[in-house]
Ligand binder design. Sequence first.
Ligand code: ADP
Ligand code: MG
Length: 535
Amino acid sequence: MALAFDEYGRPFIILREQESKSRLRGLDAQKANISAGTAVARILRTSLGPKGMDKMLQSPDGDITITNDGATILEQMDVDNQIGKLMVELSRSQDYEIGDGTTGVVVMAGALLEQAERLLERGIHPIRVAEGYEIASKIAVDHLQQISHKFEFNPTNIEPLVQTCMTTLSSKIVNRCKRSLAEIAVKAVMAVADLERKDVNLDLIKIEGKVGGKLEDTELIYGILVDKDMSHPQMPKHIEDAKIAILTCPFEPPKPKTKHKVDIDTVEKFQTLREQERKYFDDMVQQCKDVGATLVICQWGFDDEANHLLMHRNLPAVRWVGGVELELIAIATGGRIVPRFQELTAEKLGKAGLVREKSFGTTKDRMLYIEHCANSRAVTIFIRGGNKMMIEETKRSIHDALCVARNLIRNNSIVYGGGAPEISCSIAVEAAADKYPGVEQYAVRAFADALDSVPMALAENSGLQPIETLSAVKSQQIKEKNACCGIDCNDAGTNDMREQNVFETLIGKQQQLLLATQVVKMILKIDDVISPSEY
Ligand code: ADP
Ligand code: MG
């Protein structure tokens, strides 16, 4: 696209290959964009909340994903409209920053867009709408801060943290086991948390899954789990006080590469070569033993002869362990990765209280548990489940729960959930709208209406009458001055979310509003869409 001027100084736009481009301008562009955005949001709307529906998505190569997580649904949906992609991006950034609330943020953005369309039709300029939204989102975010509660917990009493994680898990497919999964998530986070610096490194929590068993068998391992077994079936399966050599160098005699030539023309020569190789390897094994290693973990393999020798010399070994796992093993056991065999020394060995091999089911499935490590900060969550889809979804749900626990450690403010914060913000924004003399006032009110759509979606998904329920709860909030009244999705008999123990993190809720407003503002400011036309 280029801008040029004619002889009278009037500007015009030159579009390269004009006829093959389609172009939308002004209000048409905004309307088309809004409808694309709301279309995406409408898909997610039914997935919101504890009674939300799940989606089944099939990838081009036939893999099936069943999920309730907003970010995952959008990720797999293969949206190809540009504005649709912005919504995908929106959900992803919520996932990246907060981890939970990925459905809610898109539902909110969709509602803002719907309201904006109405305002545009009434002739309000998009910039005015954008400004009004900005004002309103600021009011709402401040209001959230006001209605937030401090949330006390300490390492000995993790119950409150568990409760919050349970809220997150209650909207997932795995909610059958939400109690045990929430406990696992919280314990895992507490194990790796640095409570002084208020920081949690989620990289130290590894999530592994294996098909088979029940969801209830999911366990937390204070250590790491490697999907490998001892290289020889007769090696010990149970090593206490293991000293582990972690090798990324080949653990075998140097092999002749293609460029080398070895002439073997007699049996004797072959025998000597073989003898030499054996001796070389024998020396390597001896060196390991000399530094005190009782277990060798290698990135590379060794052949069956070496394997036999290792068994013979009573030095258990694990081969073909991936780089990421090696790093985790090194972190957990306080060992050093040894890239050159000559550099193996006693200080570089990792220490673990117990290394054991466990087998599953009737198959030959075996895994290696490395537990009670010197530096026990790395932990593993080991998920069992009936099929691969279930395990994948459990992984995603646990990830959400881990993020929630981490957010609470970072900042222990919470708001009560179930749509209560949205209703409360809506009331506050509505009340503040009158203070604005300009046209922004309409946009501020529209923002308040958009906020209502989250509790409405919750009510609708739970089979309640959306408008009736919302107005009842809203009037209750105003009458009782209680910002904790939300939608009673599970029919628990009370609207007070404090009694239902449904809460969410403050930063998560604030981030939802901020991100949704930002994206909507961006969409509203687009007034020219030039794209290659379809043919
Ligand atoms: P997201 O991906 O946005 O986290 P969810 O499907 O997890 O979407 O739904 C979250 C919404 O459901 C939040 O508004 C939360 O407050 C609400 N919620 C979760 N559990 C309950 C419950 N037991 N009762 C009422 N509302 C709930
Ligand atoms: Mg959630």
